[in-house]
Design a protein around this ligand. Structure first.
Ligand code: PLP
Length: 359
């Protein structure tokens, strides 16, 4: 097996050990004579896989009692609608922080279902986040929604907003499981799986029991949290194989020292790359130092005419999918949990060599 270092923002790399285990179990899961893909979601084999995955996620994130964990489909993008549909029936309005491309999408969708108050934005012309003291929070809001890690811009919140009792809702698609978080600070956490959890097709929703209620009129059954909570995410057929693979990833993370262990590795990987960027006028990252993401690191070359050569050379060296998002340009290295430290070392080495040649 010859593996590349894939810096894609998602779907992204999975741990090689997980892929190998999945390969071994592919056609006969633990003597059952079936692939996990072929199992009934209501059979005892899959029920045990599902329960183990949830227990491991609860342990990793230290999810307190009083929270449900849902294994859904539809991606984080479906949650952009599902959240206002389920949470705004009584209050009719919600606060949102707008810090980048994914915040904007969440806001656009929420406006279809409720009144949206944008309670904080970046400083004009800067890659930063609003400070706690700058937030214009509405005490009557159903919730405050924010994006702890903006995948496209590479901006990460260095703090968890304080909302004085208003439920805090977080799109953690590109930062979940990268470090410990205090789940009790949040009303609802959601994430598409394809960045830090597993393959595409699975969406995690972790929500406080008291937020499960009656959605607005006209909400489709499949968009009702209560239906999924009451049926243990098995109201209809869940994404069984993605759920199983996420479970293997959770086991792998436990072997890496849990989220404390992941955080140590992730911080070190990110620091290596930022140090390489900052050490040279040849490379630039636009994000304010205290808001720099550990997971998505955009950078530009001083001379954008060299972008193409950079990407071609990197690709030849087995460093793939480094092209930046079309809205930002340059490069973007996504270095989620499953990116080995050796991949970051290889990228840093390539950057130094490229600069020697063209700088
Ligand atoms: C990738 C991403 C999304 C979109 O996820 P889908 O699962 O494709 O809908 C939303 N928010 C953030 C922060 C993301 O990184």
């Amino acid at each position: 097996m010859s593996r590349i270092y894939n810096f894609s923002a998602g779907p992204a790399m999975l741990p090689e050990a997980v892929l190998r285990q999945a390969q071994e179990e592919m056609s006969d899961w633990q003597g059952s004579g079936m692939s996990v893909m072929e199992m009934s979601h209501r059979g005892k084999e899959f029920m045990s896989i599902a329960a183990q995955a949830e227990a491991d996620l609860r342990e990793l994130m230290a999810i307190p009692a009083g929270y449900k964990v849902l294994f859904l489909q539809g991606g984080a993008s479906s949650q952009f609608g599902m959240i206002p549909m389920n949470l705004t029936r009584d209050k009719g309005k919600a606060d949102y922080l707008n810090t980048g491309s994914w915040s904007k999408k969440a806001i656009g969708e929420a406006k279809r279902y409720c009144e949206v108050n944008v309670a904080g934005t970046r400083t004009e012309g800067k890659f930063d986040v609003p400070q706690q003291g700058q937030l214009k929070l509405n005490a009557g809001a159903a919730y405050l929604h924010y994006t702890p890690n903006e995948t496209i811009e590479g901006i990460e919140f260095p703090y968890v907003p304080e909302t004085n009792g208003v439920p805090l809702v977080a799109d953690m698609s590109s930062t979940i499981l990268s470090r410990p978080v205090d789940v009790s600070r949040f009303g609802l956490i959601y994430a598409g799986a394809q960045k830090n959890v597993g393959p595409a097709g699975l969406t995690l929703v972790i929500l406080r029991d008291d937020l499960i209620g009656t959605p607005i009129d006209g909400t489709p059954t499949m968009f009702d949290y209560k239906i999924h909570a009451d049926n243990e995410s098995m109201y209809n057929t869940p994404p069984t194989y993605a759920w199983y693979l996420a479970g293997l990833v959770f086991q792998w993370m436990k072997g890496q020292g849990g989220l404390e262990g992941m955080a140590r590795i992730n911080e070190r990987k990110a620091r290596k790359l930022y140090d390489a960027i900052d050490a040279s006028p040849f490379y630039n990252n636009p994000v304010e130092p205290e808001c720099r993401s550990w997971m998505n690191i955009p950078f530009t070359l001083a001379n954008p005419d060299l972008d193409k050569s950079f990407l071609e050379g990197a690709s030849k060296a087995g460093l793939k999918t480094l092209k930046g998002h079309r809205s930002v340009g340059g490069m973007r290295a996504s270095i989620y949990n499953a990116m080995p430290e050796a991949g970051v070392d290889a990228l840093v080495g390539f950057m130094a060599e490229f600069e020697r040649k063209y700088g």
